[in-house]
Write a protein that binds this ligand. Structure first.
Ligand code: T5A
Length: 208
């Protein structure tokens, strides 16, 4: 029986997930809630190794199906090793990205068939569904400017074309439109303080 909650924060590159997730963590800790903060790809020792392969800029030749299966492999481990035990223990799992990212990036942007994405995703998540996926929506041009302003290099995905990143953004908005009970879109071009207020409002509704 499900006891805990899972909240996902997702969106385009540089939309502010990492920043917003820190605010969610502080908020939920202040409420005394037991938390698991995690991310995809990653979240487990195996998943973090897969992340290195996926995001390394040294392998631009990676084909779409390999990419899809590696994201799914990391997710399969993440769900079974980390997420389901935490939910069963009544904890709140907060994840930086989850299956919505695969639909946006590997289907809408990369162009892999949606039925293949759903098939592979469903093997990875085995019937599990987050309570809510919060999409931080931002023009990818602004997102990449934010990423670049950190002074770090761009990873393999961030080096994709602007058209690819625009298609991924469209994919998030389509998912939210098609499933309003499980998605919320927040405008992340707003001042950070307002983005955080909007996100915390959603989090409080879910855990109430
Ligand atoms: N991917 C992932 C797939 O293709 N398929 C999948 O199934 C999965 C799971 C993962 C990559 O893999 C892809 C998607 C990604 O390309 P990632 O680490 O999640 O990589 O990559 P990014 O989205 O690029 O994460 P970043 O850490 O780079 O960006 P964030 O976390 O969204 O942004 P953040 O918080 O670091 O903010 C960036 C800068 O903007 C500022 C912050 O201070 C920071 O300097 N900022 C704001 N500035 C002004 N106003 C605001 N409202 C701001 N919010 C943040």
């Amino acid at each position: 029986m499900r006891k805990g909650h899972m909240i996902v924060c997702d969106g385009g590159n540089g939309a502010g997930k990492t920043t917003v997730l820190k605010a969610i963590e502080v908020h939920l800790q202040a409420k005394g809630r037991e938390l698991v903060m995690t991310r995809e790809p990653g979240g487990t020792p195996i998943g973090e190794k897969v992340r290195e392969i996926l995001l390394s800029p040294d392998t631009p030749e990676m084909c779409g199906v390999t990419e899809l299966m590696l994201f799914a492999a990391a997710r399969a481990q993440h769900v079974r090793e980390r997420i389901l035990p935490a939910i069963a223990a009544g904890k709140i799992v907060v994840s930086d990205r989850f299956d919505s990212a695969t639909v946006s990036f590997q289907h809408y942007a990369r162009g892999l068939p949606l039925d293949l994405i759903h098939k592979i995703n469903s093997i990875a998540i085995d019937g599990f569904k987050p309570d809510i996926t919060i999409i931080l929506d931002l023009d990818p041009i602004v997102g990449l400017q934010r990423v670049s302003s950190r002074g770090e290099g761009l990873d393999r995905m961030e080096q994709e074309s602007m058209d690819f990143l625009h298609k991924a953004r469209h994919g998030y908005l389509e998912q939210a439109k098609n499933d309003p009970a499980h998605f919320v879109v927040i405008d992340s071009s707003q001042p950070l303080e307002k983005v955080i207020i909007d996100v915390i409002h959603v989090v409080d509704r879910i855990i109430a």
